[in-house]
Design a protein around this ligand. Structure first.
Ligand code: PHE
Length: 346
């Protein structure tokens, strides 16, 4: 009888059921009046009187084990059914949130800048990032060996100092696209050229060897410096707010005459304001000027008949001002903690 009890204990501890029918089989075998355990209680009368007490304890243990297991089996069946009610998805569950990406702050800036100029009637033009010397320098009134070329620390892909073969460079500004445009179109030309440019500069919080510019060009009859100034003022007010003030400071570029630096008024109220503006309250965002007649002529445009203005700005600089970003390197490091913050602006 001891052996039978042990064997049943074993069987009970390993028992599993998959559904209500199997649970009923268990109940009939171990719990009901006519169960195997009930039979064993019937056999008690055959046990010798001195062993009867100990055997009774064992048999009661078995009965309790069978009942506890029965409760466990009921509970586990209920759990299974709640978890997967016939494989139908539970439509009352809250949805798993979609994790949305964010548009890169430089792309957002570019989109906004393009939108503002498109409304003023400018087209968007594009050109190659690998340029020849003519389009990056010579046509823009940088004579060969002129010191102005030093202003733009150039990455050379091929160095060919011969008459028939030119240097091949990574474009140092998108002004090269202006040349391509003037070569292929007749005035009036009114376009902006956003794009990536390269300069051999040490990477720091304020400079990078790869950055993004937008340049603009307007060539037609009677285009004046006043037109340039008004266009830039309107642009700055659209981008930074209707109270924005701009300043044009005399400067030098080989391809414009006269030339100016474009500053916007930032203020000197806080310590940070004074730091970013080096104490002046003005922040430089780009260069501009009237297209030099030499440039028009090298692109086949009659400089007696037509005049034009051009300007160029850095997207990184604009985005840093707009979003108060202190370090330019953040734009290229692809740290999601940085990028995630621009979701709301998209
Ligand atoms: N190409 C100039 C630069 O990258 C910017 C500029 C463009 C200045 C057009 C004047 C006119 O520095």
């Amino acid at each position: 009888m001891n052996e039978k009890i042990e064997a049943l204990k074993q069987e009970i501890s390993q028992y599993t059921v998959a559904d209500q029918d199997e649970l009923e089989v268990y109940r009939l075998r171990f719990i009901s009046r006519k169960s195997v355990i009930g039979d064993l209680f019937g056999e008690m009368k055959t046990v010798a009187p001195e062993e009867r007490k100990a055997m009774g304890v064992r048999l009661n243990d078995l009965k309790n084990a069978a009942q506890n297991k029965f409760k466990e089996l009921i509970a586990s069946l209920e759990e299974q059914q709640n978890g997967q009610p016939d494989d139908v998805p539970d439509l009352t569950l809250p949805p798993v949130p979609d994790s949305l990406g964010a548009i890169h702050p430089l792309t957002q800036t570019q989109n906004r800048v393009v939108e503002i100029f498109e409304r003023m009637g400018f087209n968007v033009a594009d050109g190659p990032e690998i340029e020849d010397d003519f389009h990056n320098f010579t046509a823009l009134n940088f004579p060969p060996n002129h010191p102005a070329r030093e202003m733009q620390d150039t990455f050379f892909i091929e160095k060919n100092s011969g008459e028939d073969k030119q240097d091949i460079v990574l474009r140092t500004h998108t002004s090269s696209v202006q040349v391509r445009l003037m070569e292929s179109q007749k005035p009036p030309i009114r376009a902006i050229m956003p794009g990536r440019v390269y300069r051999n500069e040490a990477i720091s919080a304020r400079a990078h060897c790869v950055f993004h510019q937008v340049e603009g060009l307007y060539v037609d009859r009677n285009v004046s410096f006043a037109d340039l100034k008004q266009t830039l003022l309107h642009f700055a007010r659209e981008l930074f707010g209707s109270e924005t003030k701009i300043r044009l400071r005399p400067s030098y570029f080989p391809f414009t005459e006269p030339s100016a630096e474009l500053d916007i008024w930032w203020g000197t109220e806080t310590e940070a304001d004074r730091r970013v503006t080096k104490g002046t309250g003005w922040l430089e965002i780009g260069g501009c000027g009237m297209v030099d007649p030499n440039v028009l002529e090298s692109c086949g445009i009659d400089s007696e008949e037509f005049t034009g203005f051009a300007f160029g700005m850095g997207f990184e600089r604009i985005a840093m001002i707009k979003y108060q970003i202190k370090d330019l390197r953040l734009f290229t490091e692809n740290d999601v903690r940085f990028l995630k913050q621009f979701r709301a602006f998209g």
